[in-house]
Structure formats: C-alpha cells, structure tokens
Design a protein around this ligand. Structure first.
Ligand code: G3I
Length: 374
C-alpha cells in the first residue's frame, strides 16, 4: 500500500494563472490552517524523499568557481535544509572515484555520504555501469574480457562495499539503451566486450556487496511508454524471471518546455510498479528556450512550474515511487546551459537561490500530499 493518499490535484490552468497573477506560497496554498512548512523536506509526506544532485566535478571543473559542494556554504546549507535525499552529481562516477587502475579517490564521495548521515538524508549512488565518464585507462586499456570482468567486479565490490548500509538506492546500470531501444553495444565498454550477460552480473555483484541497497536501471527519455522504456520493460521481466536482484526502474526526467509534457508518465511508472518494482524520479530539471541570454518570462516560469508539479504528482500517485530527485536546485550550478546553448533556467531556484514558481508548485504539491495522508 502507498503510505499516503493521492494528493488533491490542482487544476494546472489555475496553477499557471495563480503563478502569473500572484506567486503561490504555502501561505496562499489553501491547505489547512496552522503550521506551514517552509522547506521542501518539511512539506514531504512520511515515506517519501525529495532529493537533489550534489554539485561537483563534471562541468563544474571548467567553471570560474571552486568545487561547489565543499566550498559554497549557502549552497550546503540549502542542501541540508531543503532535501531528504542526495545524489552525487559526478563524484561516484568511474573517472572520479577510480582515476587510475589501482587508485580510488573516495574523498568527495565520502564527504557527501558523511554529510547525508549528519543531516538524516538518504543517498542515491550514481553510477556503476555507464558508457560515459569512464577513465581513459579503462576505455583505452587493452584488456582481455576476463580482465575486464575482474575490473568491473572489483570496482563494484570496492565502491559498493565501502558504502554498504549507507546508500539506499544504486543506479547500477545507467543509460544502457539508445533511443530506439537497442542496447548500446558499441558505446558501452562492458556490453561491447563482455556481452549483455554482464548486466545481470553487475546487479548480482552489487547485491552481494550491499544486500540492503535497492538496485536500479536509470535512464533519460524513458518518461513515456516508448521504444526505450519498452526495452527496459522486457529486459527487467527477463532478469526477474532469472532471479537477478533488480529492484527498481528510474526515470531521470531531463525535460524541456520545447516539447510537450510526457502525459503518460504515470501510466509508464505504473506498468513497472506492477512488475513489483520500485520506481523513482532521479534527475528532474525543466529547461526552456532563452535565446541570446534572455531572462525567462513569467509565462515561461508558469509553464515550467506545471511541468515540475505534474512530474511530482505522477510519482506521488504511483504506489512505490517514493524517491523524487532534482538534478540540482539552483541555476548557479546547472549543467543545462553548458550542454544546451540558448536554453536554461532549468532548476527551481535562481542563481541567487530565490524561489521560482516551480519551487512553490513543488512545496504546495508535497504539502497537499502530506496533509491528505494525515
Ligand atoms: O572529460 C572531458 C575532458 O576531457 C575535457 O577536457 C573537458 C573540457 O570541457 O570536458 C570533460 O568532460 C566533462 C565531463 O563532465 C567530465 O566529467 C564535460 O565537459 C561536462 O559537461 C560533463 O558534465 C557532466 C555530465 O553528466 C557528463 O555526461 C555533468 O556535470 C553532470 O551533471 C551530468 O549528469 C548526467 C548524469 O550523470 C546522467 N544523466 C544525464 C545527466 C546530465 O547530462
């Protein structure tokens, strides 16, 4: 059973109007009188976590600011205050945590896991098997299949074992299918060199290293029922029939208002839920067109707020979708403008940490779910 009732859904048109005319806030959200939550985590219903990626590594290394998480005090304060789950944005990826064949760099990942424990937060581990952000020694190494198998098994045992009991969900396999639903047999070194059977082994090794962690397939472009999500649906059914310890399927949720909202998101999550899986939202952001450095208009921000709200509502409505993570919460550190020139403003706070309508829509929707559960 879902641990809380489905929240009352606000009319999206009404939400967009209210955002344009009078920014929504807990004070005008129309919920019960009395105590009002001030932060996302305060508004969150029991049994549900709201998370953020923890900024560091990756595109930040090319930016004119120091590594965000260790250095930006205001940012750290908000990570603790607003969120009940954290995901290392880059700090657990192979190129960061395993930079040389016999060298692991656990420092940045340790700091996140320690911070999470101090602030009573869950941790999502990201990621163990991916085609991207692998170190050169691995991608360019001239290893035999047996050696590669040993390298992957040792990596998983070492990294997952180190954080055993401290990581709630692991993205074991990230982005293994392309948009047509074909396995990335040339890009993904593991699948290319060892065949698709390595996917099951990665889940088994992760489970052996931490039997309590929930083990996920994670991808973008799988919000809807489409060729890629169908491919996951089939693969997971096969793996479960073989007794492979797969626990979850997660949608990243990198959206653009350029495209329509994936209206079948809830139906898609429900079909995975019906397989007995956990589902999760792991990397939500909603970018918009901002040509030539334009500022977002109130209308653009209102539309963005509806995308955030509808995504959250879909997850809240699905039995075992209990983890909802934003890929960053401030434009100050968003990956979006780095990858998509002329797009941006994808997160729920400005570069100065001011709340956008999208933030208010999440707060309001979480609080409605919290109150409905009482
Ligand atoms: O490795 C190259 C280096 O050789 C080159 O000199 C340098 C020059 O700019 O770039 C380096 O690559 C950077 C990479 O991180 C290194 O770690 C890219 O420019 C940089 O854009 C990249 O950013 C990260 C990106 O993943 C890589 O795919 C972002 O910080 C991170 O937010 C993003 O996160 C991913 C999730 O893990 C998976 N889902 C999609 C999501 C958004 O892309």
């Amino acid at each position: 059973m879902k641990r809380y009732a489905r929240p009352g859904l606000l009319s999206l048109a009404a939400l967009a109007t209210s955002i344009c005319l009078a920014p929504a806030s807990p004070a005008n959200a129309g919920v019960a009188a009395g105590w009002q939550p001030d932060t996302l985590r305060e508004a969150t219903p029991d049994g549900f976590v709201v998370g953020t990626a923890v900024a560091g590594g990756g595109h930040h290394e090319d930016m004119p600011y120091p590594d965000p998480f260790p250095n930006d005090r205001k940012y750290r304060h908000l990570v603790a205050k607003e969120f009940s789950s954290v995901s290392p944005e880059n700090q657990m990826k192979w190129e960061f945590i395993h930079p040389e064949p016999d060298v692991y760099d656990f420092g940045p990942a340790d700091a996140i896991v320690k911070f999470a424990a101090q602030h009573d937060q869950q941790v999502r581990g990201h990621t163990l098997m991916w085609h991207s952000q692998n170190p050169e020694w691995l991608e360019q190494g001239d290893y035999t299949p047996e050696e590669l198998r040993t390298i992957l098994r040792d990596h998983i045992k070492t990294v997952v074992g180190r954080y055993a009991g401290q990581i709630d969900q692991w993205d074991v396999a990230n982005e293994i299918f392309d948009g047509s639903g074909n396995l990335r047999t040339s890009e993904n070194i593991w699948i290319r060199e060892l065949g698709p059977g390595i996917i099951a082994d990665a889940f088994r090794w992760t489970h052996e290293a931490d039997p309590d962690a929930l083990l996920f397939f994670n991808d973008y472009g799988v919000e809807s029922i489409n060729a890629k999500s169908d491919a996951y649906y089939r693969l997971i059914q096969e793996l479960k029939a073989d007794g492979v310890p797969v626990d979850g399927f997660s949608v990243q949720g990198h959206l653009s208002t350029r495209y329509g909202f994936p209206g079948d998101l809830q139906a898609n999550l429900e079909r995975f839920d019906a397989l007995g899986l956990e589902t999760a939202v792991t990397e939500l952001d909603v970018r918009m067109d901002l040509p030539n450095g334009a500022e977002p208009t109130p209308e653009q921000e209102a539309v963005q707020a509806t995308y955030y709200q509808r995504f959250l509502q879909a997850c809240l409505a699905v039995e075992n979708c209990d983890s909802f993570t934003l890929w960053g919460f401030t434009d100050k550190y968003s990956w979006v403008p780095v990858f998509f020139p002329d797009q941006g403003s994808a997160t729920v706070m400005t570069e100065e940490f001011e709340h956008k309508p999208a933030y208010d829509s999440l707060l309001e929707t979480l609080d409605a779910a919290r109150l409905a559960r009482r």
